[in-house]
Design a protein around this ligand. Sequence first.
Ligand code: FAD
Length: 370
Amino acid sequence: MEEVLIVGAGFAGATTARCLADAGHPVRVIDRRPHLAGNAFDLPDAAGVLIHQYGPHIFHTNSEKVFTWLSRFTAWRDYEHRVLAQVDGQLLPIPINRTTINRLYGLDLDEAGVTAFLEKVREPREPLKTSEDVVLNSVGRDLCDKFFRGYTRKQWGLDLSELSAGVAARIPTRSNDDDRYFTDRFQAMPQDGYTRMFERMLDHPRIRVELGIDFEALRDTAPRRFTVYTGPIDAYFGHRFGPLPYRSLRFEHEHLPATAQVQTVGTVNFPNQHAYTRITEFKHLTGQAHPGTSVVREYPCADGDPYYPIPRPDNEALFKRYEALAEVEPDVHFIGRLAQYRYYNMDQVVAAALSLAERLAGLYPAPSAP
Ligand code: FAD
């Protein structure tokens, strides 16, 4: 009986694999890395603190469907992420809120006062084409330069004015005191970590998993009914139109023994100092009790693993050329952040994979009854 081949054991691959197996398909999942969970992979470090190897992953969603589906494989720990930014010698809430404005400028504004303040300092722009347009239009030049310009330059290696509007449109500004980084309905971390959740997702009699195997090693030989590909779309097509540009990150992990806590919130951003963008302390995210603590610093860089698609119109146009090839590739289905060249949050990838699996179940009847 021919298997479905799934390339990649991250959220896209594992969700599709489990749905297809539940529907009666035998499934083979491969990943070139030696572990499950893709970029959400977590593990205890040498001191026993649970860390996220590829940077902090905070789960949040407004989709009840996604949250309920994942809840089959994990219990949750409630967690609302909070971030402070080091600006002008102070640690201030980001997204910018009433506290940020009052403490930065030594004011005592109420909500209406903050709204009026922002109205006074903003630089109205029309149309909003770049991220600089979006930020200036909403908070004006001083807040833009203090909180966003330096961070963006480090993160993307580009000025705000060189980035599509969509990047900055993700960041809200608040006139109230809400200092949560996300406002989604469901905000929680998998109780036993992401990797454990993936182990349960892929623990199914119709799923076999092989790690440390690259698709290229078996693309011409593996018998399969159809393929779900979650790797980079340009690599699948031999980079024939040239590589899709990505921004990468170098992660510097550190364990601090006999230190219960080093910062008051999960993440501190450094928009204007250091080569790294932010420091995350994992125990805030996981709630783990441990006499020491572990942190990660993120250094953005041009070369390395592909992490963030660079959102510029020319890159989107290049992706569209690959997408046109993907649409006519017989019996191969492309999904996930690398195959769709999109910055997707985890919940968006799960939602897309659940929809794809439903579509595939209609296209390819299962060989055995579930
Ligand atoms: P991946 O997790 O990248 O999985 C793809 C898998 O395919 C990888 O394991 C890879 O090894 C494998 N693969 C690729 N090519 C091949 C090949 N040729 N052969 C075999 N295997 C292959 N999202 C949130 O919701 N909240 C967050 O807080 C958050 N933080 C993030 C922080 C960072 C630093 C980054 C980079 C991303 C963050 N994300 C976050 C996004 C999140 O990582 C993605 O949404 C999620 O990982 C996407 O899952 P995926 O399966 O599409 O991709």
